[in-house]
Design a protein around this ligand. Structure first.
Ligand SMILES: CC(C)(COP(=O)(O)OP(=O)(O)OC[C@H]1O[C@@H](n2cnc3c(N)ncnc32)[C@H](O)[C@@H]1OP(=O)(O)O)[C@@H](O)C(=O)NCCC(=O)NCCS
Length: 285
């Protein structure tokens, strides 16, 4: 009954996320399917897709001297855990989570993380996930007109290292398709943006300093007058919080970032939230 999601499932998958009021576009499903064609799963019932889950693997940031980095994944991110409202409480999400975790174990993943809603959190806690940090969605309902800010586009080769150190794994497979709109403060940081079905999305933004993040935010807002913006941040990063408040954003939703040790011997997962001014998305990490 569990099957691999393919491009043909995207319209039905969009209906699932619409029922939950989420912001993803069809392109987000395309990105997840492209990043992990064997890791996106669904359950059909009564002839229609009624539940989904997606797990994307990210390789180790730096291959270890023994080469293990080339065969095993350091981290996987689970997202798009959705059950159609009328099919909830029948164990579909639980079965999809079990299936996705089995897939990730086969791929040699050391850690699994996700951003949990209040509805998903009890399920993940029962599977062994532990709280790591709060994640908040902040919203700017309407961007005022601002003078344009001229910045060069993001280039992977300039920021691969900074991003991997912040995130803790090499997420090139996701960053490339997310760079629909991108900018860089050379040597200091980068930001990206993309459309959403409810609001334009700011993120990811990874920077060495709050000044660089501010410049990147100014660049982004200047390009979207009149639009509403979503920005997901880690409130434990005080500079990100301060910038959101200063630019008139308001808190909308609170999720909990959770982590599960995927293989028993996995070393502690190293990452650096202090450089994370905007996450890539609840579904991407
Ligand atoms: C969260 C969600 C995916 C759960 O889907 P589901 O198919 O109803 O979940 P299941 O029936 O598999 O239930 C899974 C477990 O959670 C428990 N559970 C389900 N809904 C619950 C609720 N509202 N409160 C507390 N526990 C709940 C079930 O009892 C079950 O426990 P068990 O594993 O010990 O048997 C679904 O409610 C949903 O789509 N919510 C909106 C989107 C969302 O928030 N997704 C989670 C993103 S992190």
């Amino acid at each position: 009954m569990i099957h691999l999601l393919t491009a043909a499932d995207i319209p039905a998958a969009m209906r699932l996320k619409e029922a939950a009021g989420w912001n993803q576009t069809e392109q987000d499903w395309v990105n997840l399917l492209a990043a992990e064609p064997e890791g996106c799963f669904g359950i059909n019932c009564d002839g229609a897709l009624v539940a989904s889950a997606a797990g994307v693997c990210f390789p180790r940031a730096q291959p270890l001297p023994d080469g293990r980095g080339s065969v095993s994944s350091a981290l996987a991110w689970i997202g798009m855990v959705l059950t159609a409202p009328e099919y909830r409480g029948r164990g579909f999400a639980r079965r999809l989570m079990d299936h996705t975790l089995e897939f990730l174990t086969r791929r040699g993943v050391e850690w699994v993380k996700l951003d949990a809603t209040d509805m998903g959190r009890p399920l993940y806690a029962r599977l062994g996930f532990e709280d790591e940090a709060l994640v908040e969605r902040w919203c700017l309902p309407k961007v005022e007109s601002r003078p344009p800010v001229d910045l060069p586009a993001w280039r992977l080769e300039d920021f691969a290292q900074l991003d991997a150190a912040a995130f803790g794994a090499d997420r090139t497979n996701i960053l490339r398709p997310l760079a629909v709109e991108s900018a860089a403060v050379p040597g200091e940081g980068y930001a990206m943006g993309r459309p959403g079905t409810k609001a334009t999305y700011f993120g990811p933004c990874v920077a060495r300093s709050a000044e660089a993040a501010r410049r990147l935010l100014e660049w982004f807002l200047a390009r979207h007058p009149g639009e509403s913006i979503f920005w997901d941040l880690l409130p434990g990063q005080p500079e990100a919080l301060r910038l959101a408040q200063e630019f008139g954003f308001e808190p909308r939703r609170r999720l909990v970032r959770m982590a599960l040790r995927g293989s028993p011997g996995a070393a502690l997962f190293r990452h650096d939230d202090s450089a994370v001014y905007a996450i890539a998305g609840f579904e991407y990490g």
